[in-house]
Write a protein that binds this ligand. Structure first.
Ligand code: ADP
Ligand code: ASP
Ligand code: MG
Length: 424
């Protein structure tokens, strides 16, 4: 007997029929002798619908008071899901109880719309499990020290599930979704993408941080910090398939590199359409200029990703960086209004229609020429690279958004990711 956490995403919870299926699957695990905690997301489309309603009424200015209400509204999607799932489990003849984040409680900080989990009190849940109940806990939501409802950011139910698994020292956390595992890249963009039977924690962390929305990055961080065994698998297999077969399916996130395994140099390709590029042209190239530009941006709470400073000509240089697309207008305002004039920049330019495409693989540590192979593949497609950023196990390029799919497909092919041997 083991304590297992299951997480079901929006599509898996998308209708009462699907919820019934989830309940039947969970019941199978209970009958196999396991203690079960289940963390569902809102029914598919529900979070967007709720936030859409709020947007219709929102003032133009984004204030903390508005963010508080957005969380209060968005959190209701998961509230409905837990109740429905608990009823479906009861209909399967199981004892089941649902909890909202505040009832557990799942304690977070107060950064509305992107709150961080600080602690989880597992007393109540343990007592229920000991009494033979299946416990269903909302994904995505928590409560701050003042008793306000918070949410963990889009895709945050993954993080709820892994954090609960960590707090309860669960034997495994299974993330059930609408694909049967982690693929070499998003199978919606590259149909030839292949499922990986394992991916290392470090690679998964990079993939998530570089834009693969299969797992929220904080869920991977939690799994790494608390060594939670984590698997991504399909909720669309028949619920009554053999439990051992199910338990071994999908993609396992591994913590140790298997020395004997022939590692692919590049394991996956991630892409991100959520960024925008801004440039200050003709700024004086002198000590402190980067700080003069980026200091005020950081003070405005705007996260910066890729940065590039050109070689100077006649004491002047161009300085570009990328920010989240939601912060684009604010960043341009800041540069045009204060930073540009303060640094004597000749011009401020911006481009919100860019994307970042990245290759990821721990094999890149020990192989040379990987980045140049990437650049060649892109040049063969006539794709211009605007910015480059590298780390030990990834290389990212910023390109025109309209070439994103072409770039991802070309790289997938160039690194033989559609061939079985690459990740056997
Ligand atoms: P859920 O609602 O279950 O949380 P998500 O939509 O958040 O599901 O995540 C699953 C989706 O992630 C898939 O449908 C797929 O399109 C997308 N995805 C992006 N990158 C990958 C990848 N490398 N492997 C598998 N799926 C990916
Ligand atoms: N329902 C939330 C969202 O749509 C959380 C999640 O699905 O993980 O982002
Ligand atoms: Mg998700």
């Amino acid at each position: 007997m083991a304590l297992i956490v299951h997480k079901y995403g929006g599509t898996s919870m998308g209708s009462t029929d699907r919820i019934r299926n989830v309940a039947k699957r969970v019941a199978k695990w209970v009958r196999a002798g396991h203690q079960m905690v289940v963390v569902p997301s809102a029914m598919s489309g529900e979070t967007n619908r709720l936030l859409g309603l709020a947007k219709e009424l929102s003032p133009a200015k984004h204030t903390p008071a508005l963010a508080r209400e957005l969380d209060a509204i968005a959190a209701t999607g998961e509230q409905v899901s837990v109740g429905l799932l608990a009823i479906a489990l009861q209909a399967e003849g199981l004892e089941s109880v649902s909890y909202a984040g505040w009832q557990v409680p799942v304690a977070t900080d107060s950064s509305y719309t992107k709150a961080r989990i600080e602690s989880i009190d597992d007393k109540r849940v343990r007592a229920d499990l000991a009494a033979g109940k299946v416990v269903v806990i909302t994904g995505f939501q928590g409560i701050d020290p003042e008793g306000n409802v918070t949410t963990l950011g889009r895709g945050g139910s993954d993080t709820s599930a892994v954090a609960i698994a960590a707090a309860m020292k669960a034997a495994e956390c299974l993330i059930y979704t609408d694909v049967d595992g982690v693929y070499t890249t998003d199978p919606r963009v590259v149909p030839e993408a292949r499922r990986l039977s394992t991916i290392t924690f470090e690679e998964m962390l990079e993939m998530a941080s570089l834009g693969s929305k299969i797992l929220q990055i904080r869920s991977v961080e939690f799994a790494g910090k608390y060594k939670v065994p984590l698997r991504v698998l399909s909720s669309f297999t028949p619920w009554d398939i053999d439990i051992n077969e199910e338990a071994a399916s999908g993609t396992l996130i591994t913590f140790e590199e298997d020395e004997n395994m022939e590692q692919a140099v590049v394991s996956g390709i991630a892409f991100n359409r959520d960024e925008a590029k801004v440039t200050l042209l003709g700024v004086p190239d002198k000590p402190g200029i980067a700080f003069q530009i980026l200091g005020p941006v950081a003070e405005a709470n705007i996260d910066i990703d890729v940065i590039i400073q050109n070689v100077s000509h006649d004491g002047k240089t161009d300085f570009s960086f990328t920010v989240h697309r939601n912060d684009y207008a604010r960043t341009m305002e800041l540069l045009q209004g204060t930073v540009g004039p303060a640094t004597n920049a000749a011009k401020v330019a911006g481009d919100p229609k860019i994307c970042k495409v990245s290759i990821v693989g721990i094999g890149m540590r020990s192989h040379v020429g990987v980045a140049s192979k990437m650049f060649r593949a892109l040049s063969e497609e006539g794709i211009n690279i605007q910015m480059i950023s590298t780390s030990e196990i990834k290389t990212s390029v910023v390109i025109d958004e309209k070439y994103m799919e072409l770039a991802v497909r070309a790289l997938h092919k160039a690194f033989d990711l559609d061939q079985d041997a690459a990740n056997a």
